[in-house]
Design a protein around this ligand. Structure first.
Ligand code: BTN
Length: 319
């Protein structure tokens, strides 16, 4: 989506009709450029009402991410983070990995053109329909110490959702949030640094707020969005603020004690606890077993005594 499309979208966020002539005049562009901008929105799942004689109108609510609103809701905890919001970027995580950002830098985007998921997957999201952001954090320890960070981050999301009135969310090892077996959010942890530390971590978080039919078809697994849950939608800015508050508490404790203090609470929300699962290891090898928990390093434990630090878990009998 072009910068002009974002400007046009901002203008249309009041959900009133605006004539092409007025929009063109206030953005200082030609009417033909507006048609192109509208087309570029369409390719990202945003369709405008266009009525002859009245102009363009946005046909759904669009809550823009708003840095001041998020900071305002965070209270004194905002001092842990430096928040930046951009309209469009390839990937908030890629950008933080490229730019050697300061500790506590948070980058959110309305649209990612190259959003990345775990195991080399693509993370799809449409503008205004998701919360996608990354946070840069520095730890004194090396990568081995950070093995449970994705799990602790998942727990922070569950806590934040609970604080915003969204319950019934389960964690799927290692980093997914589910509602009734359908994926609501994902976490991508990327670590740079020496084995012994310090480590520079980029925590990437993607949450589905609403999913168009096109998007549901594009994603190759069962997904769910916040607006379809039986809870009041808190809105993206409120949930964003709540997550950052939870993350700041978690990161401080994790930096001293690792995953251990979070293990019990994490296990209480574990979607696969006690269930027969199939684990696909990064090597491609597939194993079966029954889950009996996670250990203090955040590794998944099977009843036969095996433990794994990475892989993809699916419930046996489900995809
Ligand atoms: C997964 O479930 O596979 C992890 C998804 C992580 C997606 C987020 S969106 C913000 C950040 N930027 C990215 O490119 N990926 C992460």
């Amino acid at each position: 989506m072009t910068p002009l499309a974002f400007s046009m979208l901002r203008l249309l966020s009041d959900r009133r009709f605006h004539s092409g002539e007025d929009i063109a005049k206030s953005l200082d562009v030609s009417r033909a450029s507006l048609s192109n901008a509208a087309r570029s929105m369409q390719s990202c799942g945003i369709t405008l009402d266009r009525v002859r004689g009245r102009g363009y109108r946005m046909n759904r609510d669009f809550e823009w991410l708003d840095r001041d609103a998020v900071v305002g809701m965070m209270g004194e905890k905002c001092r842990h983070f430096d928040i930046e919001i951009r309209d469009c970027i390839d990937s908030t995580s890629s950008e933080l990995l490229r730019t050697n950002p300061p500790h506590g830098k948070v980058l959110a985007a309305e649209l990612q053109t190259g959003g990345r998921g775990r195991m080399g997957r693509t993370w799809f999201a449409e503008p205004g329909r998701s919360l996608t952001f990354s946070a840069a954090w520095k730890f004194d320890q090396g990568a081995g110490f950070l093995s449970g960070l994705g799990l602790a981050t998942g727990l922070s999301l569950v806590r934040a959702m609970k604080a915003c009135g969204i319950g019934d969310i389960e964690l799927k090892w290692p980093n997914d949030l589910l509602h009734r077996h359908r994926k609501l959010a994902g976490i991508l942890i990327e670590v740079r640094g020496d084995m012994l530390g310090p480590s520079h971590v980029v925590i990437g978080i993607g949450i589905n707020f609403s999913l168009s039919e096109t998007m549901k078809e594009r994603i190759d697994q069962a997904v769910v969005s916040i607006d379809s849950l039986p809870f009041t939608n808190p809105g993206r800015n409120r949930l964003f603020a709540a997550i950052l508050c939870e993350l700041s508490d978690m990161l401080e404790i994790f930096g001293k004690e690792g995953f251990a203090p979070f293990r019990e609470e994490w296990s209480a929300s574990h979607a696969c606890h006690g269930k027969p699962v199939r684990i696909r290891l990064p090597s491609g090898k597939i194993l079966e077993g029954r889950v009996c928990g996670v250990n203090e390093k955040g590794e998944i434990l099977l009843e036969d005594g095996q433990s794994f630090s990475s892989g993809e878990v699916s419930l046996r009998g489900k995809s």
